[in-house]
Structure formats: structure tokens, C-alpha cells
Design a protein around this ligand. Sequence first.
Ligand code: AMP
Ligand code: ZN
Length: 472
Amino acid sequence: MFKFYNTLSRTVEEFHPNEEGKVSMYTCGPTVYHFAHIGNIRTYIMQDVLLKSLEYAGYDVKRVMNITDVGHLASDADTGEDKMVAGAKREHKTVMEIAKFYTDAFFKDFDAVGNKRPDVVEPATNCIPEFIHMVETLLEKGYAYLAGGNVYFDTSKLEDYYVFSSSVEKEALEVGVRDDVEEDTNKKNKTDFVLWFTKSKFEDQALKWDSPWGVGYPGWHIECSCISMKHLGEYIDIHCGGVDNIFPHHTNEIAQSEAYLGHKWCNYWFHSNHLNDQSGKMSKSKGAILTVSVLQEKGYDPLVYRFFCLQSHYRKPLVFSYENLDNAVVAYNKIVKRVSELKAEGTVDESVKTEFENKFREAVSNDLNTSMAVTILYDALKADTNDATKLAIIESFDRVLSLDLIGHAKALSEAGTSVDSEFEAFINDAIARRAEAKKAKDFATADAIRDELLAKGVEIKDTREGVVWKLV
Ligand code: AMP
Ligand code: ZN
């Protein structure tokens, strides 16, 4: 039985999709005004684990994701500048250039950490007619109103707007909304939100479209409702995002979707917790952005970052530090080393393999217990069975873990075997000294060690497989 925490019921629930054996899954995609930091990527890794765990449990999953390339303002309360416009100004480019550049950068990192691409990826700017249609329907049904040229959703028309929150949390949210400094005087209720802007404080919005209410552009939340309905229909099983999406984004998505449809929309809401650094939550608007690509440039394998994320539970905040990441490097390399020592000899013992697969399935089906899944991987490596069986088990687990353990192990065993053992020991020692220097952020020494090796005819390279070397 597959179980995970449903933010809507605030409990770990057994999962029952609308259609037996099939899952429709929607993911809020990135706002492409800047690089996705490693915190954002943690969220996408955990969603990928959810998808692959469901597949491991036998479900056929269809996953859809949007790309936010218009309408997400600096403040979630519909105030401030459009983040995309701010990004374009910052870099003296057009909004579409910014969107293309950061969408490509996002997928480079998304892929590098072993994620499977969603079946459908749709930018918000592709779906303007769908947004207009939904806004028109909400107006016809009396859930929306025009004020000051903009169209707003009227939250007072709903019996329960704060669907995710307990009564105590509701009070806190109400205070927060009431105290929001920038007030939009067009709103009838503080919690109302913009469905379509024609007039706002900023005149220089780059992308605008004709609409029945004048030339304008959509509010942020409408895209996820429309893009999900366009590709997954009126009922979806799972909607995913980070915990910061719960309010107001997902709360507003539910308000408008259910008002539009006239019935319940999505049964399960999956939220993963944040990655923090020592100074708090990582955020795109806060100084230098640490990306997976930056980690890679520093010599870290992106799959080690994935391994680092898998070692802790998705519902707990995770603190990033280089020290923690270095511990993950050591643990990951040890696993790869052990896998590289396995010989593909003998026949697979199917009963042992099934026994391990069942344990593994149980772990990932139990609210994505990924650290337990990793423990089961260690157990499999230690198990009293032949190497062929162990390799088959690792291959099977990697359908969910996506750590490319066998590929890395092969690369490790193929890397440089054509030198005598004394020279090999020297090379390995130099690689270790260089890793130490990098850890201490002494990049000058690290570079000097690389040059020293090169002078001796050995070229080293930081690759997805870790540090590899070849004779030149
Ligand atoms: P954004 O591009 O800002 O819309 O965010 C993309 C995804 O990353 C959303 O699902 C956010 O909830 C999530 N997210 C934002 N900040 C963090 C963080 N520090 N750690 C983990 N996920 C985050
Ligand atoms: Zn969304």
C-alpha cells in the first residue's frame, strides 16, 4: 500500500488514485527569472523520487509541469514588479530571452541530478486563451469581479478558503494578510487575488495580450489550474510543490479551480520542505545563487547532491553545508567502490532479489522513507548472496534512487589500470590531497596538484563519475 503525507488532511494517507493503476501528477515549475538554486532542485529531486516510487509500486504516472514566465510578482500578495520583468532589466535582455536562458539552465541542472523530465512541460505564455476562458467563467459564475481594470477572485464566495490550515493557522494567516503593508484598494477582501491584470502600478510590463477586459496579463495562480486541466483533465490525483507554495499559491489554485469546475479538483497535495543554509532559507532573491552547476564546477558530482538529499526525509528541513556534502561524497564513493568490486558472475537468485525489492518498495511506499531505502541498499551490498544478484538488486533500486551506481562503478574500474602500482598510489594520493585542498577552499593548491600531475603525464578530470584520470 502506497502512503504519503497529504497536506490537505494533514495526515499520512493511503493513496487511492481516481483511476486504478494510473496517476495524474502536477508539479509547479520554476519561475525562470534567475537560476534555480540547489534548494529548488531539492524539491524537484523529491518529486522525482515520488514519481519513481509510484512507478516502482506499479503505477503508470503522467506528470505535467508548468514554467512560470509571466505574472509572478515580487510579492505573493500581487504586489511589486513582475519577477520576469525585473530579471530582464537586471540583465538588459528581453523577457523571452531571460525565460529561454533560465529554462535551459534549469533543465541542465534538473537532468544532471538524475531527474526524469515530466511528460508535459508547458510555459504559462503558451496558454493565454485557456486563462482568459477560465477567468470569463469565474466572472459568469459570480466568483470574480472587475475593479480598477483588474479581475479579482472573490474569496468571500467560498465557505472555506484556507483549506490547508487548522483554525490556529488560519488566525495567523489572517493576521499576516491583514498586516500586509502594500494594500491594493481594489480588493473587496484582503485575501482576494488577481486573475487578470490590465492596470497596475508598473506600466512597463513587457508581455501583454488582448482580453475581454483590455490589454493585460494573467495573475500568477491561474496558470497552474489551467495547465493542469489542459493536460490532466478535471480530476487530478497529486499536486506537488515546496512548502512555501501552500499559501497563497496552492490555496488560490484550489479556490479558482473548484469554483470553475464545481467539484473537488485534486485529492492529494505533496509538499516538500526547504533546503536551508546556515543563514536560513535559500532564496533566489537573496544574494549569490548556489546552483547544481556551481557545485559541479567545484568538482562535486550532481548525483552526490541527489544522494545527499535522499539521506534525509523530504518533510524535514535540510541544512546545506560543504561539510555535509563532503560526507555524502565519501559515503557515495564508498558505495561505488564496493559496486565496482562486484563481478557479474553467477546466476541471479530471484528469491533473494524479490525479498530485497519488497523491502525497498515498502520503504519508499511509506511516505518516501528514502534514508531507509539507502540502508536497504547497504544491506544488499553486505548480503550473503552472489555478485550477480547484488548487481541485479542495485540496478532495480536505481530505478528510484537514480544514482547511476553501476555506471559510476564501471567508470571507476576502467579508469587507469595501465600504470605500475607505485605510480598509481602516487596518483591516488595526489587526488586525495587535491580533494583535501578543495575542501579547505584552497583552490590554488588544488590547481597546483593538478598541474603537478599533468607534468607527470597524468590528466585528471572532475566528471559525473567522480575524479578520473588518464595518461596523456
Ligand atoms: P520558484 O522557481 O521560486 O517558483 O520555486 C520553484 C520550486 O522550488 C517551488 O516548488 C518552491 O516551493 C521550491 N522552493 C523554493 N525555495 C526553496 C528552498 N529553499 N528549498 C526547497 N525548495 C524551494
Ligand atoms: Zn503552481
